[in-house]
Design a protein around this ligand. Structure first.
Ligand code: ZN
Length: 346
């Protein structure tokens, strides 16, 4: 893998990740861009103890551009995008419309492929492996950025999720604090450690492997299952069998196996609702340990993949109980979801 770091015309960082070591990345961004100005502000909710990023500058961001104006496609004569090169493998750049920026964290865009019409599930194992390298490298780099406490790599897929650019891409947030969800998991793990002397994540994964009924897919180094108390209609958690706190700590065997496992999961997601159905909207979210928080060593890297579609043509909305009280009501029993996800295996 070759990594090349460069700058866009307004000073934002752009990184190329290439499978081949002899690729030269020297294209210059010719656009007359003004420096990025952001007005992000983090406000803390005194009642809930969580944080809200107020980011009014994002209202002007690019919204469903036509395909020939896609800012994530390679540049060509007369049409300059965010990526000055004529082609690329994986490209990562700082978001021009960040929710978090400066000493309030960092927002990056990850372009998974230069092919505008592809989906992540269409990538080859080599391409998916390159994306994993990029996620890992960004986690390692952002760990060194002062003020970044936690790195979140994720993909929103589908207009139903609110995706405003069709080009296959994900995002990376470097938060300046431990996120509320991760904080909850750390507290659960600490409580479990106190009561049982054991690791919570090990016990959760061990239970799923023992009960088998919710296991969707198992490799030599990874296991994917629908969690016992799934919140979403179709939700899968993917864990490396050897527990590690973050992407940097994955061993070679787990890295090598990851593309085949993850691509198969994504393909199954697209088949859940049967042929003729539009691609399944999903959120794919990497959970990583914060860098300095207490209990970091008890955290387990894992990926949570879920869809908001509950049946053909119908979405699960976060309505009164979910939005008002944080109590999810799930119409699909986790065991039935797991069975469906096994039925649609390649
Ligand atoms: Zn594109």
């Amino acid at each position: 893998m070759k990594k090349t770091s460069t700058r866009l015309a307004d000073g934002r960082e752009l990184l190329y990740y290439d499978a081949r070591d002899d690729v030269v990345r020297d294209a210059v961004d010719p656009r007359p861009l003004d420096a990025v100005s952001t007005t992000s502000e983090i406000r803390h909710d005194l009642l809930l103890g969580d944080a809200v990023a107020i980011a009014s500058h994002r209202q002007g961001r690019t919204y469903h551009p036509p395909a020939d104006e896609c800012p994530l496609c390679p540049s060509r004569e007369g049409r300059h995008s965010e990526i000055p090169a004529a082609d690329y493998g994986v490209a990562v750049f700082e978001n021009r419309f960040p929710s978090l920026a400066g000493d309030l964290g960092r927002c990056e865009v990850v372009c998974f492929t230069s092919d505008h019409d592809a989906a992540f599930a269409d990538l080859t194992a080599e391409q998916a492996g390159l994306v994993l390298e990029a996620w890992t490298d960004r986690t390692a780099d952002l760990a060194e950025v002062p003020g970044v406490e936690q790195v979140f790599c994720f993909e929103n897929r589908g207009a139903e999720i609110g995706v405003t650019l069709q080009h296959p891409h994900g995002q990376i947030y470097g938060y300046p604090f431990v996120t509320p969800r991760t904080g909850l998991m750390l507290r659960s793990a600490a409580g479990h450690r106190t009561v049982t002397g054991r690791n919570l994540f090990d016990d959760v994964v061990g239970r799923e492997l023992a009960e088998e009924v919710r296991v969707v897919l198992e490799g030599a180094h990874w296991v994917a299952f629908v969690p016992y108390a799934a919140h979403w209609p179709y939700e899968v958690h993917l864990y490396p069998k050897r527990r590690v706190p973050d992407l940097r700590a994955l061993d070679e065997a787990a890295r090598t196996e990851f593309p085949q496992i993850y691509l198969e999961l994504l393909r199954r997601f697209d088949r859940i609702f049967g042929p003729g159905e539009p691609p399944t909207p999903y959120i794919s979210a990497w959970h990583q340990a914060p860098f300095t928080a207490d209990g970091r060593d008890d955290f387990a890297l894992h990926l949570e993949l879920f869809t908001i579609r509950r049946t053909s043509g119908k979405l699960k909305f976060l309505a009164g109980s979910e939005s008002g009280m944080s109590v999810f009501i799930n119409d699909v029993p986790p065991e039935a979801a797991a069975e469906r996800l096994r039925e649609v295996a390649s």
